[in-house]
Design a protein around this ligand. Structure first.
Ligand SMILES: [Zn+2]
Length: 53
């Protein structure tokens, strides 16, 4: 499972634990929090963490 960081474009490697996941992840390069939603190993949505909360 990989997603692009919205802050710096770094490809965050999350492993298979995140193949079905909804919640925040942190980029280890720029420390930006990004909220992701994944299903069956595919990214459904990526948005800045905390938006609208
Ligand atoms: Zn980043």
């Amino acid at each position: 499972m990989q997603v692009n960081c919205l802050g710096c474009g770094h490809m965050i490697n999350l492993g298979h634990d995140y193949d079905n996941y909804k919640g925040p992840v942190r980029c280890n390069v720029c420390r930006t929090m990004t909220t992701i939603e994944t299903e069956s190993g595919k990214v459904k949505s990526v948005s800045p963490a905390g938006k609208g909360l």
